[in-house]
Design a protein around this ligand. Structure first.
Ligand SMILES: [Zn+2]
Length: 315
């Protein structure tokens, strides 16, 4: 039933575009030990770099499986900006997916990061996630590298609007849509909840998509409202990138949690840390692109590992 949305363009080497490497190293051996991780974090000044793997325990699936390969293809910026049909497809899916996404709650991993911040070990958090779960867990100084699903912005006039308000408008414009979706899903025995993606998007039948009314901008009236997140094929804003480079360069250590670092937007910070002699620890279940730059590399579940880390630090 699922049709791939297309293959995201790959940027040239060193590009700041959000392009992905489709293959990752498959070796998953550890480097260093849990005690090395404790030593590194106990020094303080830690900058956390978190990815989708940190939110899987909140019920938000990762784009990649444990072997590091892509399971779904996200819509690219070019597709979204390029046609009304693509935007309708995006919003119809997102209308359904966001409801589950919005109900997700922080997990133990998010909570431990917040506690480590309050205890003075962690300074700031750079996240590739758009789910707002670090903030929901009480973390401060969170840089949202890829934006947030809480907001939407009009590509025509720049008007920023809340996602909740937009969702309410979509409900008014599409009476009975949720029910039709539920019927269609039940008819094919679909486990639709399992198909929600890290960006709140889901897989949806074409006939349903065609019946959906795309939300329009309240200011200019165009159907060009886009979630305020960085799509594949789009660049992270320069000011955000510079801010993150500064944080990483001044860090006592960089702690990567639940990211395969497959996209350059996150990997470049690990590379910069390594170049500047800032130690890097990576805790995630999958292989990562940054393994060669890591001082400590643990393939372990995040919730339990972070809980153990908090205990070892005496909190
Ligand atoms: Zn507008």
């Amino acid at each position: 039933m699922h049709q791939a949305d297309g293959i995201p363009p790959r940027g040239p080497g060193g590009s700041t575009r959000l392009a992905t490497s489709r293959t990752l190293p498959l070796e998953t051996h550890d480097l260093g030990t849990f005690d090395d991780l404790v030593d590194l974090v106990s020094g303080g000044g830690v900058v956390v770099l978190s990815g989708a793997g940190l939110s899987t325990e909140s019920g938000i699936p990762d784009y990649r499986g444990p072997d590091g390969t892509r399971r779904v293809e996200p819509m690219t910026y070019g597709e979204f900006a390029g046609s009304s049909d693509a935007r309708r497809r995006y919003w119809a899916r997102s209308y359904i997916g966001w409801q589950r996404f919005n109900a997700a709650e922080p997990n133990e991993g998010h909570r431990v990061v917040t506690e480590l911040q309050r205890s003075g070990y962690v300074d700031s958090v750079i996240t590739q996630n758009v789910d707002g779960l670090h903030q929901a867990a009480g973390a401060s100084d969170v840089v949202e590298l890829h934006g947030s699903l809480d907001r939407a912005v009009c590509l025509t006039c720049g008007e920023v609007t809340s996602r909740l308000g937009l969702h309410e408008r979509m409900t008014e414009a599409n009476p009975g849509f949720m029910e039709r979706f539920a019927e269609a899903a039940a008819a094919v025995g679909s486990q639709w909840g399992e198909q929600v993606r890290p960006d709140g998007d889901i897989v949806l039948q074409d006939s349903l998509v065609e019946s959906f009314h795309t939300p329009r901008c309240l200011v200019c009236g165009h159907d060009t409202v886009k979630p305020d997140v960085v799509f594949f094929g789009e660049s992270v804003p320069k000011t955000v990138v510079e801010q993150c480079f500064s944080l990483v360069e001044a860090a006592g250590a960089v702690l990567v949690l639940g990211s395969s670092l497959a996209v350059m937007s996150g990997y470049r910070f690990v590379r910069r840390a390594h170049q500047r002699g800032v130690p890097v620890a990576i805790v995630t279940r999958s292989a990562t692109r940054g393994d060669a730059e890591a001082t400590v590399r643990l393939h372990a579940p995040l919730g339990s590992t972070l809980t153990q880390l908090r205990g070892a630090l005496g909190h």
